[in-house]
Write a protein that binds this ligand. Structure first.
Ligand code: ATP
Ligand code: MG
Ligand code: MG
Length: 551
């Protein structure tokens, strides 16, 4: 049954179609420029630019158009248009053409006029309430559901449609409706609206129009005009397939094949624009590109690569069953990518100072640290170890025990890439807290300590660079935010962002470009944030090294 629609295309239509497409299979990615793209759109892109061709049995990718479905001027803007283009490009997709539904406003209008002339559309003056009441009557199996305007003379509808176009009617006082099939059980065939009046400037056509075509009228016609082979959409559009084909059939136009697939949802997060807006407005987040959000800009700022996001989409695949994916799968793909690609570096997130008592202020050792343990071709960087260094507070305990591999009084640990550090005592500040660890250093490794710790030092007598490191975990504590209370905000994770403002980083990290990702050894993968300044870097934790250690 799936292929019936295309099989019904006449020989003539098929021939014309083949001439336009050159026999190359065509899909389209059609976002409305009314918001920022999110991970669901990444899945749709992956499908339209890649997977669909394999599903259709092609051994290579065909042509994909990038179409802005811009028929609701009040919700759309140039900012969204630019941001969506940027996202598509960043994801690595190269459309064979970029188009706009508004490119076809003239043709759409001419086709609507044709439908009126052929008695397949009429101007209706029912209010929205009257229309809803009619649908209710029809649902209840009662008479009287047809609009009183349904059978008005063609000439009258033609004249009224021209008056709508000319701006002679106020918003909501006239619409163009398709004369469809009220005997169908599918409400999408109950004379749906083709054009409505909106006195609103359009980001591209300005004030040229005061009537705009509806989604249902536009989508199928533009798919057809653009000679799309496979029109992929999410499952909630399945009931609208009947009207999609009704209209193309009524116009005798090329009929693409429509495939529906399930929407992507991610546990412990939200994708709805309305909900994200509430979080952004409420000051919970750092904007629409907050690293906890699953907008493409948020995912990018968090430190994902387009490759890992696409690998995630491949993994999720295309199904017709509702799917809510665990965030752990995203983490997994970030790790597998960065494990291979991210250079290694040292940062100490929660530093404690160590004074090496057997070194002078001017002493130092320079060591070579490999940039990637599994890839010698990535080279190495030089680290300086001098009298003062920093280790992680969690790598020191005052009372040792057998299962603990960190530093403790009287105990020795290895300093990664350098020698051995032995704790000889601590100094305290006035309130009794440890101010500094006293230790001795031996550059020769003449014993094998159980533990090795990362460290950051600086040139003799200098302090290392300080940085702000933002630790991220799940935005919501519940898989389905709001499921229990009805208010998604109730499930916000109060600790979804933890800011470590006194971190120290090795010198090579100072000044790295926004979006560069590193493995901070023993800690996870971290990505430079746009908030970095010349004297203070900011890094976002993209993901921890292992699943268990992530919140
Ligand atoms: P939203 O309201 O979340 O922005 P939408 O359906 O309005 O979603 P469009 O801008 O119309 O989004 O979407 C462009 C394409 O992306 C459509 O083909 C749509 O089906 C697909 N898409 C949108 N959200 C998802 C999702 N969560 N999973 C898979 N595909 C999606
Ligand atoms: Mg949208
Ligand atoms: Mg939409």
């Amino acid at each position: 049954a799936r292929d019936l629609a295309s099989a019904r295309n006449s020989d003539e239509l098929l021939a014309a179609h083949a001439k336009v497409t050159g026999g190359v299979l065509r899909t389209r990615f059609p976002p409305e420029p009314n918001g920022f793209l999110h991970i669901g759109h990444a899945k749709s892109m992956n499908l339209n630019f890649k997977l669909a061709f394999a599903l259709a049995g092609c051994d290579k990718a065909g042509d994909t158009l990038f179409r802005y479905d811009d028929t609701n001027p009040e919700a759309e803007s140039q900012e969204y248009i630019d941001s969506q283009a940027d996202n598509v490009h960043w994801m690595g997709w190269r459309p064979c053409a970029t188009t706009y539904s508004s490119d076809y406003f003239d043709e759409l209008f001419a086709l609507a006029v044709r439908l009126v002339k052929e008695g397949k559309a009429y101007v209706c003056h029912q209010t929205a309430e009257e229309m809803a009441a009619c649908r209710d009557l029809r649902k209840a199996g009662k008479e009287g559901y047809e609009s009183p305007w349904r059978n008005r003379p063609v000439a009258e509808s033609l004249r009224e449609f021209a008056r709508m176009r000319a701006g002679e009617y106020a918003e909501g006082t006239a619409v163009l409706r398709l004369k469809m099939d009220w005997s169908s059980p599918n409400p999408n065939l109950w004379d749906i609206i083709a054009y409505r009046i909106k006195f609103h400037p359009h980001p591209r056509t300005g004030d040229a129009w005061c009537i705009y075509p509806s989604y249902d009228f536009t989508h199928c016609i533009v798919d057809s005009l653009e000679h799309i082979d496979l029109s992929l959409c999410t499952l909630e559009f399945e009931p609208r397939r009947d009207s999609y084909y009704w209209l193309l059939e009524a116009l005798g136009m090329w009929r693409p094949r429509v495939w529906e697939f399930s929407r992507l949802n991610i546990a412990c997060n939200v994708l709805s624009k309305r909900k994200i807006l509430k979080l952004v407005m409420g000051g919970t987040l750092r904007g629409w590109d907050d690293p906890r959000l699953l907008t493409i800009n948020g995912i990018r700022r968090r430190g994902f690569s387009p490759e890992s996001l696409n690998a995630f989409c491949d993994d999720v695949g295309v199904t017709r069953s509702a799917n809510t994916i665990r965030p752990e799968l995203l983490d997994h793909h970030a790790r597998s990518f960065h494990d291979v690609h991210a250079p290694r570096a040292f940062a100490v997130i929660d530093p404690i100072r160590v004074e090496i008592t057997n070194m002078a202020d001017t002493d130092s050792f320079e060591v070579e640290a490999a940039c990637h343990p599994k890839d010698a071709s990535r080279g190495s960087r030089k680290l300086v170890l001098s009298r003062t260094l920093f280790i992680e507070t969690s790598d020191f305990r005052e009372t040792d025990d057998s299962g603990y591999f960190g530093l403790a009084p009287g105990k020795t640990v290895g300093l990664r890439f350098a020698g051995l550090l032995t704790c000889t005592g601590v100094t305290r500040n006035a309130s009794g807290e440890i101010a500094c660890i006293q230790a001795t250093y031996k550059h020769e490794r003449d014993s094998r300590p159980k533990g090795n710790v990362h460290w950051v030092s600086a040139a003799p007598g200098a302090e290392p660079a300080r940085a702000e490191i933002r630790l991220y975990s799940r935005l919501f504590t519940a898989d389905f935010p709001g499921e229990l209370t009805g208010n998604f905000l109730d499930d916000l994770n109060p600790k979804s962002e933890e800011v470590m403002s006194d971190a120290v980083i090795e010198a090579s990290l100072v000044g790295v470009r926004e979006f560069s990702t590193f493995q901070f050894e023993r800690l996870g993968y971290f990505t430079a944030d746009k908030d970095s300044t010349a004297d203070r870097m900011v890094f976002n934790r993209t993901v921890t090294l292992r699943e268990s250690s992530s919140a």
